[in-house]
Ligand binder design. Structure first.
Ligand code: X8Z
Ligand code: ZN
Length: 622
């Protein structure tokens, strides 16, 4: 299980989704027994040597189980049936028991003065479980039953349109392309009835109780605190960091919101989208209003039309999904990295099979902690998915770069780093790059007058995403702290959606609605803070890389394609994995030890100045 980034959460362990931290585990026997074994070892004071031995044994056990777990999860994700769910549940129960047993055992060594590496590994074992259970197998089994049911409900959900059952992959496509407000509201609402919301809500509440008890047993106040303890600083300091970073970028979002709302009002009229107040969530070109790049045609600024439409370029060139992945791979190899192994191409799932149920949400996997790398993605030929294939390969190249590390360090510097690698590469998909790879004709190369349009396209993706990413885990943290109770799940969800994103549902929410479950990462328990951090970090990486490359023009025109020197320094950071605190990794590549919004602000500055001017006479905010 280790390696699944972005995929299925395996109970406690991290398999996918949670993936990272650690990975797999064992056989379910000996739950609760100290690894050290003998009575003497249990009763006498442990030594530093005992601690080192415990860690070595734990890494061996985890590594072994991780491959079994990952292969089980891979099969279930690629072939969702009654039996594969059964297998996943069984494996996930075992992995939770193992993870919790090892985390509990770390308490024996807390008073020792351990070498830095050992101390770090203890921290990973103790805090790195996405969903811990109390130390008894009935609780672990129940947790696994709940998480499997929620995950499957998400992947298997469909709604009927014109007599056909339509899955979420196709529904997402409709949200991206339709401009019919009635149909959009219908599809938006239909997806939120495609799973049983009452069942999912009650499963979620029960899961929260079990996992919170698990977190308390490990010495945390609740699971929110445990999740926030994985950033090389105390949980409350990390939470304050998030507030600080959001404060830096929130003013940009407000300008973008104001502009887009005005354009939607012009397109649809007051009845559909009023000129003031929140934006109707289904009009933003995305099922969750988390990325608005498909509104490129609607959201142009001034007379600055988008210079080109990447979806049309891909279609025009007859690109296939496999070619999109090959193109992304070539970007990485142009930086000096080795090609993906042949098995990547043999074993990955790149398009949606029609004859069976699969988990379509994109994910990247390393099944054997070495180089059995794969992606699983129901790829479509469009601009969004072009970015996503780079995103997924970023996970794979990171996994391979750190695969020589000790098992507990085979991970991102923090989870935001893992999410930022491929997005950073995709920031180099500039007009000049598209000409280089033959997707854009040289004669169509946009001049400086197209800059605002280009920046707008990227802002619709990156800036629009920021408040969504913050509110997702604000909701979860409040749920996990008991500040939001099950009867208020949906109401609190919409209060946060309104307050952070300034959006409102297109239709009244029924009393039994559970709209958080419409998002993969809630139904599958993948923490979301990582994506917010990634959106800050990827611009820091880009700024530093362009400076290294000696780039002097505007940041959005800089591409590091083919730059092996930058590639070498980037790879050096990736090779560190989680072996050092993340500020060391950040410093190795960017020279700074802080996450900071100034890079994303600098990138979009010309657009923001323009929007501020344009919005001057508008009543912005909601
Ligand atoms: O879940 C993902 C990746 C897999 S880690 C496809 N992303 C987030 C999402 O889809 O909500 C990438 C960006 C945000
Ligand atoms: Zn990802």
């Amino acid at each position: 299980m280790k390696a699944l980034l972005g995929g299925v959460a395996i109970g406690a362990l991290l398999v996918a989704g949670g993936l990272y931290v650690y990975k797999g585990m064992d056989s379910g026997t000996d739950v609760g027994n100290p690894a050290a074994g003998t009575d003497a070892a249990v009763t006498s004071e442990p030594t530093v040597d005992d601690a080192e031995q415990f860690l070595a044994d734990a890494e061996t056990e985890l590594r072994e189980f991780s491959e079994f777990g990952a292969r089980t999860a891979w099969v279930q994700n690629n072939f969702i049936t009654y039996d594969t769910n059964w297998l996943l549940e069984r494996m996930s129960t075992q992995s939770t028991e193992m993870a919790v047993r090892l985390a509990t055992e770390t308490a024996r060594y807390t008073d020792l003065d351990l070498p830095g590496d050992a101390e770090r590994k203890m921290g990973v074992l103790r805090a790195g479980i996405t969903l811990p259970a109390p130390n008894d197998s009935a609780a672990a089994a129940r947790l696994s039953e709940l998480t499997t049911r929620m995950g499957t409900a998400y992947s298997a959900g469909t709604m009927e349109i014109d007599g056909e059952q339509v899955d979420h992959n196709e529904l997402e496509n409709i949200m991206r392309t339709s401009r019919d407000p009635e149909f959009l509201a219908h599809v938006w609402n239909g997806w939120r009835r495609a799973y049983d919301p009452a069942q999912m809500s009650s499963d979620y509440a029960e899961m929260v109780d079990i996992a919170n008890q698990g977190a308390r047993d490990l010495g945390f106040d609740n699971l929110a605190q445990m999740w926030l303890s994985n950033y090389d600083m105390p949980a409350d300091e990390m939470e304050a960091e998030v507030e600080r970073l959001w404060g830096q970028v929130a003013p940009f979002y407000e300008e973008l919101h104001c502009h887009v709302r005005a354009n939607l009002n012009e397109l649809y009229g007051d009845e559909v989208q009023p000129a003031e107040g929140p934006i109707r969530a289904d009009l933003l070109g995305n099922m969750w209003a988390q990325g608005w790049s498909s509104l490129s045609d609607v959201a142009s600024v001034g007379d600055s039309e988008p210079a080109y439409n990447l979806t049309e370029l891909l279609e025009g060139a007859g690109y296939t999904p496999v070619q999109m992945v090959e193109t992304a791979e070539t970007f990485f190899t142009s930086l000096g990295m080795a090609e993906l192994p042949e098995t990547f191409w043999e074993r990955s799932l790149i398009t949606q099979p029609r004859d069976r149920q699969v988990a379509c949400h994109a994910s990247a996997w390393n099944l054997d902690s070495e180089d059995d790398l794969r992606i699983k993605m129901c790829t479509r030929v469009n601009a969004d998915d072009f970015v996503t294939v780079h995103h997924e390969l970023g996970h794979n190249f990171y996994q391979r770069a750190y695969n020589h590390q000790d098992f507990l360090f085979q991970n991102g510097a923090h989870d935001g780093f893992h999410e930022a690698i491929g997005d950073f590469i995709a920031l180099s998909v500039t007009p000049e790059y598209l000409v280089q790879i033959g997707l854009l004709d040289e004669s169509d190369m946009p001049g400086a007058d197209a800059d605002l349009g280009l920046l707008m396209d990227t802002a619709l993706d990156k800036i629009a995403f920021l408040p969504f990413a913050v509110m997702m885990d604000q909701w979860r943290w409040q749920v996990l702290r008991g500040e939001i109770q099950p009867e208020n799940y949906n109401e609190a969800w919409w209060e946060l959606r309104n307050s952070y994103q300034g959006i409102t549902p297109p239709v009244d929410r029924p009393a039994d609605a559970f709209d958080p479950g419409s998002k993969y990462h809630i139904a599958n328990n993948v923490p979301y803070l990582r994506y917010f951090l990634s959106h800050i970090l990827q611009f820091q990486f880009h700024e530093a890389a362009c400076e290294m490359a000696g780039w002097e023009g505007p940041l959005h025109r800089c591409s590091i394609y083919g730059n092996e020197e930058v590639g070498e320094r980037f790879n050096a950071m990736m090779e560190m994995g989680a072996a050092q605190p993340w500020p060391d990794a950040l410093e190795a590549f960017t020279g700074t030890r802080q996450m900071d919004g100034s890079a994303i602000i600098a990138y979009f500055q010309p657009l923001m100045e323009r929007l501020q001017e344009e919005n001057q006479d508008r009543n912005c905010g909601w």
